[in-house]
Design a binder for this molecule. Sequence first.
Ligand SMILES: Cc1cc2nc3c(=O)[nH]c(=O)nc-3n(C[C@H](O)[C@H](O)[C@H](O)COP(=O)(O)O)c2cc1C
Length: 172
Amino acid sequence: MKFYRTLHPRPVVIIGSGDVEKGEINFMACSWITPIAEEIPTIGFACDKEHFTHQLIQKYKQFSVNIIEDFELIWKVGSSSGKKINKVKTFNIEFKPGKTLKIPLLKNTLANLECKVIKEIEIGEVCFYIGEVKNWEATNFDEYGYQEFWKLPLHKGGKAFTFSSKKLYFPK
Ligand SMILES: Cc1cc2nc3c(=O)[nH]c(=O)nc-3n(C[C@H](O)[C@H](O)[C@H](O)COP(=O)(O)O)c2cc1C
């Protein structure tokens, strides 16, 4: 049994890395991700140092966070490595460049965030990247976040995914 399963199900995203102009582009699945601060808008995620994503972030110091309903694609990019295959070609991934950074963003998403790495913390097998959010966009979004919040995929563990119910609860 794994301690971290106590914090699942949790939102799962696709991290984009590389540089669109240099033609180096990769995507991987990630569920160990969190907002960090608002004064400096920041997001942090844990990236295994063996991943191709880690190599590209070391090189370009930027990443994108892509929120997408398509858990089939999430599984594909989360179970294959850019060290062995070109995921964009293999999975026919549609992407576009960021507006402020030359980072690849997925098309047809609920949201995209462009992040510039401002801090890196090495812990065991992982590098925890903290990125400043330089630009972000989301569709069907209001002050409560996604209007269709049940489309946000949650990672249960391994190959299992789930979605939240459509019901909202408000404390008294
Ligand atoms: C649902 C899911 C969530 C994942 N979350 C993480 C994560 O938070 N951090 C991480 O380093 N790897 C995570 N992975 C594993 C990577 O996505 C996977 O090892 C991927 O093949 C790495 O690709 P790359 O070598 O092209 O960077 C996850 C995989 C899946 C399927």
